[in-house]
Design a protein around this ligand. Structure first.
Ligand code: NAD
Length: 258
C-alpha cells in the first residue's frame, strides 16, 4: 500500500518530464500538488490533467533563479490553498552540452545559476514556508558524482546540489525537517531528446547514437522513467524515511554505485 501524504507538495519544474512524474505520484499519494514552473502554460496543463483525474493540483509561475520570483512563491501558494507545505521537491533544472575545453562562460553561468543558485534559493524558501517536521527532496544527478567531458558545468551544478542537501539537512535538523536528494541516471524525457541530438552531433554521429550508447552502459539495460524517480522521491518524503536525512538515492539502474 502507498504511503499517505497530507498537505501541500510543491514540485518545481513539475510541468513536464521527471517533475511531472513526481507531481503525479505525490498527488496519487494524497498530497495537494502545487506545480511551480517557469513555463506556467505547461504547468497549468499538467495541473489540469491531474485535476481531471480526480487529484488536487494547482499551478503557479516560478523562476527558481530569480530571488524575487522565489520570494513570491509563498503568497502564490497561499492564493490557492491554506494547507501546510509539508513536502517540497526542488526538481527544476537545465542542461546544455559543450566540450569541457570549449565551454563558453555564459553556458557555465546559465547552468550554475539555474541548477545551483536556483536550488539553493528553493531550499531557503522551502525552509521559510514549511512547518517543523516537513520533508524536502532535491533532484541531483549521477553526473554530480562522475566526470563528464561534454557537460562539466551540469556535473558541477549537480555536485553543488549534493553538497547543499547535506548542509540544509544539518541546518534544518533541529526543526526535524529532513532534506535528501535523488540522483537519477538517464531518464527518458524531453531533456534527453535534446541531449541525444547535441551529444551525437558533438561526437560526429547520427541522431540516436549517443542515447543508445548511454543506455547500453546501464547495468539494468534500460533508461529510467519519471515514475522510477518519483517512487524514490515519494519514499524519501514519506514517514517510512523519518530517520533518513542528508542522504542521496541513486536511481540509475546500477550505473553509479557508491
Ligand atoms: N532526464 C534525465 O536524464 C535526467 C537525469 C538526471 C537528472 N535529471 C534532472 O531532473 C530534473 C528534471 O529533468 P527533466 O528531464 O524532466 O527536464 P525537462 O527539461 O524535461 O523539464 C524541466 C522543467 O523545469 C522547468 N524549468 C527550467 N528552468 C526553470 C526555472 N528557472 N524555474 C522553474 N522551472 C524551470 C522547465 O520549464 C521544465 O518544465 C532536472 O533537475 C534534471 O537535471 C534529469
Amino acid at each position: 500500500m502507498r504511503a499517505a501524504l497530507d498537505g501541500v507538495a510543491v514540485v518545481t519544474g513539475g510541468a513536464q518530464g521527471v517533475g511531472e512524474g513526481i507531481a503525479t505520484r505525490l498527488a496519487q499519494d494524497g498530497a495537494h500538488v502545487v506545480i511551480a514552473d517557469l513555463n506556467v502554460t505547461a504547468a497549468s496543463a499538467a495541473a489540469a490533467r491531474l485535476a481531471a483525474e480526480g487529484w488536487r493540483a494547482d499551478a503557479v509561475r516560478l523562476d527558481i533563479a530569480d530571488p524575487d520570483s522565489v520570494a513570491a512563491l509563498g503568497p502564490a501558494i497561499r492564493a490557492v490553498t491554506d494547507s501546510p507545505v509539508n513536502y517540497f521537491v526542488a526538481n527544476a533544472g537545465v542542461q546544455t552540452f559543450q566540450r569541457a575545453t570549449e565551454l563558453p562562460v555564459d553556458e557555465w553561468d546559465l547552468v550554475m545559476t539555474v541548477n545551483a543558485r536556483g536550488t539553493m534559493l528553493s531550499l531557503q524558501e522551502a525552509a521559510r514556508l514549511m512547518p517543523d517536521g516537513a520533508a524536502i527532496v532535491a533532484i541531483a544527478s549521477i553526473q554530480g558524482r562522475v566526470g563528464a567531458p561534454f557537460y562539466p558545468h551540469y556535473g558541477a551544478s549537480k555536485a553543488a546540489i549534493l553538497s547543499l542537501v547535506k548542509s540544509f539537512a544539518l541546518a534544518l535538523a533541529p526543526r526535524r525537517v529532513r532534506v535528501n536528494s535523488v540522483a537519477p541516471g538517464i531518464v527518458a524525457t524531453a531533456l534527453w531528446d535534446q541531449a541525444d541530438l547535441r551529444l551525437s552531433a558533438l561526437t560526429g554521429r547520427a541522431p540516436g547514437a549517443a542515447r543508445a550508447e548511454r543506455i547500453a552502459s546501464v547495468p539494468l539495460g534500460r533508461a529510467g522513467s519519471p515514475e522510477d524517480v518519483a517512487a524514490a522521491v515519494a519514499f524519501l518524503l514519506s514517514d517510512d524515511a523519518s530517520y533518513i536525512t542528508g542522504e542521496c538515492i541513486h536511481v540509475c539502474g546500477g550505473d553509479v554505485m557508491l
